[in-house]
Design a protein around this ligand. Structure first.
Ligand code: CO8
Length: 262
């Protein structure tokens, strides 16, 4: 399905359950303008409604670019209130993306700047090619990261490191990004590595993966006793499923389980 510059594609068998959300705006290096933002919103809604989706890959069709951030040309034509509305909308879009119940994986080859890096930061996992370049350059534009960057980057790389990267806005490469990405692979191989991970996840109990994500994310925001209560609640959700019995049966019968997500 094509939503403006965003294409949503369900992979076919044997990868049914893996969905690819692809940024396709080559003329502007995938910069996020109003149309791209609307495309992202629609795609997220569609993934959310798709009960057969188990994992999302966020990719780019543009060589050497993941996403060049907010559309700076469109931005110049906006007044302050329009900018505020756009940024609020971008922030809430990334938050609804992060809140998807299934795992999301960013595949970064080349540039991920500003809002583009913030999109990658709102994914659960990040895989990059070794030529990837990252930056939150906003202070150089006399603004601050406005779509989650000041909050998600410190939670991933630590506060002091994030401060340095955000205060200076400097570009950093895949080697420096090591604490921010799950895997850094030879340039051009990020998609393949992400697909391998997606396939592994796709084999697991779908509800179990969702509950693991929920337990980790909700637990991270609260004190330990409350977090353990979240884990218990999520565990309860997987206890009474057909899939749990299938897992035990498959083990006893020395075969691969066939999970149905219920
Ligand atoms: N916005 C609009 N157009 C862009 C953008 C952008 N962010 N980036 C690239 N383009 C356009 C270029 O203007 C150029 O257009 P044209 O052909 O008409 O001149 C075309 O894409 C190709 O770009 P280049 O010729 O520059 O290609 P290069 O391969 O030499 O360089 C780069 C690619 C490295 C991506 C370079 O274009 C660049 O540095 N772009 C700016 C990146 C940037 O500063 N991004 C951060 C933006 S700030 C941000 O995202 C804040 C988000 C906070 C949330 C709030 C959002 C509203």
């Amino acid at each position: 399905v094509q939503q403006g510059p965003v294409r949503l594609q369900k992979l076919s068998a044997p990868d049914t359950g893996i969905v690819e959300l692809r940024l396709e705006r080559p003329e502007a290096k995938n910069a996020i303008g109003k149309e791209m933002l609307q495309g992202l919103r629609s795609a997220i809604q569609e993934v959310e409604a798709d009960t057969a989706a188990n994992v999302v890959l966020v990719t780019s069709s543009v060589p050497k670019v993941f996403c060049a951030g907010a559309d700076l040309k469109e931005r110049r034509l906006m007044g302050p209130s329009e900018v505020r509305d756009f940024v609020n909308s971008l922030r809430s879009t990334f938050s609804s993306f992060e809140a998807l119940s299934i795992p999301t994986i960013a595949v970064v080859e080349g540039v991920a700047f500003g809002g583009g890096l913030e999109l990658a930061l709102s994914c659960d996992l990040r895989i990059c090619g070794k030529d990837a370049k990252f930056s939150l350059p906003e202070t150089g534009l006399a603004i601050i990261p406005g779509a989650g960057g000041t909050q998600r980057l410190p939670r991933i790389v630590g506060r002091s490191r994030a401060k340095e990267l955000i205060f200076t806005g400097r570009r950093f490469d895949a080697v420096e990004a090591v604490t921010m990405v799950n895997y850094c692979v030879p340039a051009g191989d990020a998609y393949q590595k992400a697909l391998e991970l997606a396939r592994e996840i796709n084999q697991k109990g779908p509800l179990a993966v969702k509950m693991a994500k929920k337990a980790i994310d909700q637990g991270a925001e609260v004190d330990l006793p409350s977090a353990l209560a979240v884990e218990e609640e999520c565990y309860q959700q997987v206890l009474h499923t057909e899939d749990r019995l299938e897992g035990l049966a498959a083990f006893a019968e020395k075969r691969k389980p066939i999970y149905k997500g219920k």
